[in-house]
Design a protein around this ligand. Structure first.
Ligand SMILES: *Cc1c(COP(=O)(O)O)cnc(C)c1O
Length: 425
């Protein structure tokens, strides 16, 4: 048995009930969190919506792969190649279980959310959309769920329609029904907004779209690190996310697609591994998911993402959700008490993110002062400029939480904001 297979056996599903969630114990899995930033200031990492930190098991999986099992997949008959292939395909199985997808072949490895959406735009959109057809997105999309469709608009003459959002940062679904015409070919919306934290009613969106025979893509980049996602219960046609926001490495992500959707799609890139046979006259493509995985994939990344998911699934997920909900409530309450702070995005259903502005201080300056206090947040438009336009702000400061954050880190954020006021107000 390879070292990889051994490691996975220890945390296999069904290994018994998870211990109650204990944030201090979980933090010990993340060595990066225990460091000083600037003299005497301990790191407070609140930029998890940009990328999450990695538990030790993920770093160990990378090292183990390169140290013991490294070989190319799907080609060699030798032992190393077999082990690498086994581990790579094992990761696909773990991801399938994590999403509760029906079959392993519905899981396509890509670089991340961005590449997954571009793959659907190319493989599905460019194949099936015609001039005058419509793709529906929402006002709170990440640029990666806007620009690929605009590129198709400019190329094919399709139309991009937008579900409006209210001033709390919630989608107005009455608007959606009007947008679902006979020419609507896809609804592509974010599950949880990275700029606002809004949790969208995706079950309802899927129902409405499916009632008109329209397939749905859900951008789950900000959902999967926080809540259990069941793609079959959601009945999503496509579900996409990035490994690096889910405690895994950068450069690896997932496109889930229903088998019949993926079968119908044309490949994105041509090359090795995605073919069945090649002559100069004619090439036949491989079956899904390999049809979409041209060239040598990010083998170590896929394996380490599988490890991240196994690590995550072994936690008490109800405990994780309760902990994160408490953090969000605490942060929201305390930020409201800071003079001059206005929270952007006050939806009833939120997860993981507090975006805010402070009267008289540019968000960039907030970020700079916070950094001197050891507090890492993101400032800017968060790759969602239409959201900034809606709220008529150039940018926001955004604190975003992961399961390893603590109440005392929220206190550190609030104390650092008091410093910002001292400096600028
Ligand atoms: C981060 C993010 C993306 C883009 O993910 P990449 O990893 O940069 O490809 C897309 N949508 C949402 C909601 C995100 O948070």
């Amino acid at each position: 048995m390879s070292t990889l297979a051994k490691a996975s056996a220890a945390t296999a599903p069904g290994a018994g009930p998870a211990a109650p969630f204990d944030v201090e114990r979980v933090r010990r899995d993340f060595p990066i969190l225990d460091q000083e930033i600037h003299h005497g200031k301990h790191l407070v990492y609140l930029d998890n919506a940009a990328t999450s930190q990695k538990p030790q098991v993920v770093m160990d999986a990378l090292g183990r792969y390169y140290g013991a099992d490294n070989a190319n997949v799907h080609r060699g008959v030798h032992r190393l190649s077999e082990r690498a292939t086994e581990a790579y395909e094992g990761a696909r199985r773990r991801i399938r279980q994590f999403l509760n997808a029906g079959e392993d072949r519905e899981i396509v490895f890509v670089r991340g959310t961005t590449e997954a959406i571009n793959l659907v735009a190319h493989g599905w959109g460019r194949r099936f959309f015609k001039a005058g057809d419509r793709v529906v997105v929402s006002e709170m999309e990440h640029h990666s769920n806007i620009v690929p469709w605009q590129m198709l608009r400019d190329e094919l003459g399709i139309e991009l329609a937008v579900i409006p959002m209210d001033d709390e940062g919630q989608l107005e679904l009455e608007g959606l029904e009007e947008l679902l015409t006979a020419r609507t070919k896809l609804v592509s919306v974010v599950h949880v907004s990275n700029a606002l934290g809004t949790v969208n009613p995706v079950e309802r969106i899927v129902q409405l779209a499916h009632a008109r025979g329209v397939p749905v893509l859900l951008d789950g980049a900000q959902a999967v690190p926080h809540i259990g996602v069941d793609v079959r219960a959601l009945d999503a046609d496509f579900y996409v996310f990035s490994g690096h926001k889910l405690f895994g490495p950068t450069g690896i992500g997932v496109l889930y697609g229903k088998a019949e959707r993926l079968e119908a799609m044309q490949p994105y890139q041509g090359g090795g591994d995605m073919i069945r046979s090649v002559t100069f006259e004619k090439t036949t493509y491989n079956v899904i998911p390999y049809k979409f995985e041209a060239g040598t994939p990010h083998i170590s990344g896929a394996i380490a993402l599988g490890e991240a998911i196994e690590w995550f699934r072994a936690l008490d997920l109800a405990g994780v959700e309760a902990h994160e909900r408490a953090l969000l409530e605490l942060a929201t309450r305390k930020l409201r008490e800071v003079p001059g702070v206005r929270i952007i995005g006050t939806a009833r259903e939120k997860l993981g993110v507090v975006s805010f502005v402070m009267e008289g201080v540019h968000p960039h300056d907030i970020g700079t002062v916070l950094d001197l206090e050891g507090v890492a947040i993101r400032t800017g438009h968060h790759c969602a400029q239409p959201v900034m336009q809606h709220f008529k702000v150039p940018a926001t400061a955004r604190a975003s939480f992961a399961l390893y954050n603590t109440a005392s880190e929220i206190d550190a954020l609030v104390a650092a904001l008091a410093k910002v006021r001292e400096v600028f107000c």
